[in-house]
Design a protein. Sequence first.
Length: 255
Amino acid sequence: MIHVEGVTKTYGSKVVLDNLDLDVQDGETFVVIGKSGSGKSTLLRLMIGLTKPDSGRVVVLTKNVPRLSRKRLRRFRTKMGYLFQSGALVNWLTLAQNVALPLLENPNFPRKRIDAKVMEVLYRVGLYDAAHLMPDQLSGGMRKRGGLARSLVTDPQVMLYDEPTTGLDPVTAHAIDQLIIDLNRRTGVTSVVVSHDMEGAFRVADRIAMLYRGRIIATGTPDEIRLSADPVVHQFVTGSLEGPLAEFAQKEEKS
């Protein structure tokens, strides 16, 4: 479903992804963990074609994404859903109008069905009664669910989640995690979630991968990652102040 091979991405002198390899299977929820600034969000942007790698292949739904023309990239994105960290709702549109945007951009979707489809997905994320509200009238959790509704309105085959629970209280974060789980069970959508929230990662994942120094250093089931003997993985999972992650951070500060 998703195949990333030998991908390198740099920003100036900083190597964000370094000859990275990654495979996501059809229908699974795959979580990528790692420190802030480790390249997790960059990986998602490569998958949906918002940025291009310096080298390597990014194949999603059989398409080599970096090589798609602008027209084919637009068509490809109709099969993808992307939940931004902030929800990324347009401030001057109501929630319902925000959710409708991807359908309005799709000339093949019947206009008379748009309102019904919008209300359907708002109901699925628990925001049916909030359709008329403006983004500044929504709580942080509601904005996140609104962004999720907009991502789901095209019935995507692949969902990408960029830190879906960042900034949310534990109860709301759990609710977002449950929406991800329910969506996967109901539709079989393939999902990639990037997160540094270990509780949520263990809750939603079929498999988890650890991104460190631009590469995937460990991949496994939640139990395998939880019990990993790798010192980097162990420190990240447990949140310990001592270990290679702290040493690496100190080296970065001195460089």
